[in-house]
Design a protein around this ligand. Structure first.
Ligand SMILES: [Zn+2]
Length: 474
């Protein structure tokens, strides 16, 4: 499906499910939800009272409260009125949906209670890898259309390799949000987000708002840098601020999703959000600024020797390592010229269905044009002619390695796997309070952000009308 065409993003079952549901929860349709909303409304009312007091105290011309003085001293201006909408979008890499229940997460809870969240999480695009998904979030495009079809690939047209360090715009198609903002003559900031350092179109990656990636910069410092933008002269404040943090993905890969280290990492992510909320409150800006908290994908454990070995296919077909662009969890095979890809798929399928291969039932091999349409993973020359879908938690390797026993976490699998889902919550003037919407794919977010900012966007794969289901209708 080419960009700018309306498309059903979910599987048939889920689309029907969503169609039957009111996209926004509505008191009276479900006693449990109604009760929950009452409870949330109480939280909202008390919070609103608190904010109301702050607003009154900072906007009154006669009241010189501590809050007012504090605001003036900190920002150099007495009121909290920004000249235009501002969106902060923070991504926690590998924040699997459900992590928020592992430990106390008061800041995520608050964002949800005072904002809008996806009831069973945000659905990543396939492959559920970091760069393809971060770039889909900011372009609204599936990887086949934004060009970053994997964390590593070789462009067959040029032979050029793409790696995580590649900032050449020839790889990065589509129009990311910061470029869209720049096209409107407005300032944007992008801290460490995939694609941010790519200079293209009117986006110059200005050093003060787009530093070079440096994983050693403490996460708290990143939040403080973002907040410091609000102390700039009004016209210089970026209207869009994307911020990336590596946690809890790094821990998830090392120990899998169920280790206490993950619990600790989730707690830290929550405290970072708390730091952001507090910083906005101190500037009396919390209710003006939109905060969107997302992840790029989930995480699943890979223990129990769930291996599939390419060398096992030799009885049916020899598949040299040179044919394989990427082994796992997106088995990507580009046979050389003169080798019929359909024949390779046929022989591999015969092997997998023979019952003789180790874990053969956990790999399905396709010509890319025959992949399920819901994956949107065929319409690019960069995608290899043969794609193997690896079952959740399994790993493909070329050959057996003596003594190897992998037991950690991974992602990249079919985006229908619930373990690959991540989180979405949005809080701000255009998000309803305490609203829970059905899960949706991350390509929808581009249109939501441009709508909040009040600017026109580039053609993309987002669904026409989606913003009306996730944002307040006015
Ligand atoms: Zn990631």
């Amino acid at each position: 499906m080419a960009p700018n065409q309306t498309t059903s993003l979910l599987s048939d079952d889920e689309s029907n499910h969503d169609t039957r549901r009111n996209a926004r929860t509505h008191p009276g349709t479900n006693p449990f939800i109604f009760t929950a909303l009452i409870a949330l409304s109480c939280v909202g009312l008390s919070a609103a009272s608190a904010f109301g007091f702050l607003y009154f105290s900072t906007s009154s011309s006669t009241t010189h409260s501590a809050q007012k003085l504090s605001s003036i001293e900190r920002t150099g201006r007495p009121s909290s009125k920004l000249p235009r909408p501002v969106v902060i979008m923070i991504s926690a890499d590998g924040f699997r949906f459900g992590y928020q229940f592992k430990t106390a997460t008061p800041s995520i809870d608050r964002l949800m209670a005072e904002g809008t969240s996806a009831d069973r999480g945000l659905i990543p695009v396939y492959p559920t890898l970091t760069f393809p998904n971060h770039y889909s979030i900011v372009t609204g495009l599936y990887p086949a259309y934004h060009g970053i079809i994997n964390n590593y690939f070789v462009d067959p047209a040029t032979g050029d390799e793409f790696t995580l360090a590649s900032h050449d715009p020839k790889f990065w198609l589509g129009e990311p949000l910061w470029e869209t903002v720049a096209n409107h003559g407005l300032p944007a900031a992008a801290y460490y987000w995939a694609g941010a350092e790519v200079v293209k179109g009117s986006w110059t990656c200005p050093p003060q708002f787009c530093p070079k990636y440096n994983s050693s910069v403490p996460l708290e410092e990143r939040i403080d840098t973002l907040l410091s933008n609000f102390d700039l002269p009004l016209e210089e404040i970026p209207v869009l601020m994307n911020l990336y943090i590596e946690s809890p993905d790094a821990q998830g890969h090392q120990v899998g999703p169920d280790d206490p280290q993950i619990t600790a990492a989730v707690g830290r992510v929550d405290s970072l959000l708390g730091r952001l909320i507090t910083g906005l409150e101190q500037r009396a800006l919390l209710d003006e600024v939109t905060v969107i908290f997302v992840g790029d994908h989930g995480m699943v454990g890979t223990c129990d020797k769930k291996y599939i070995y390419i060398e096992d296919f030799a009885e049916w077909i020899d598949i040299p390592e040179e044919w394989i662009m990427y082994h796992t969890p997106v088995l990507s095979i580009r046979p050389p010229a003169g080798v019929d890809a359909a024949e390779v798929v046929s022989k591999m399928t015969e092997a997998l269905e023979s019952g003789k291969l180790n874990n053969g039932g956990s790999l399905k091999v396709y010509l890319k044009e025959n992949l399920p349409a819901r994956l949107h993973y065929s319409d690019s020359d960069r995608i290899t002619p043969i794609i193997g879908i690896v079952a959740e938690g399994y790993t493909v390797e070329q050959r057996r390695v003596a003594g190897e026993e992998m037991c950690w976490g991974s992602h990249g699998y079919d985006n229908a796997a619930f373990s690959m889902r991540t989180i979405f919550v949005g809080r701000g003037p255009k998000f309803g309070k305490g609203v829970v919407v059905p899960s949706f794919e991350n390509v929808e977010l581009y249109n939501a952000v441009t709508s909040i900012l009040g600017i026109s966007g580039a053609p993309n794969n987002g669904t026409s009308g989606f913003v009306n289901t996730v944002l307040r209708r006015r």
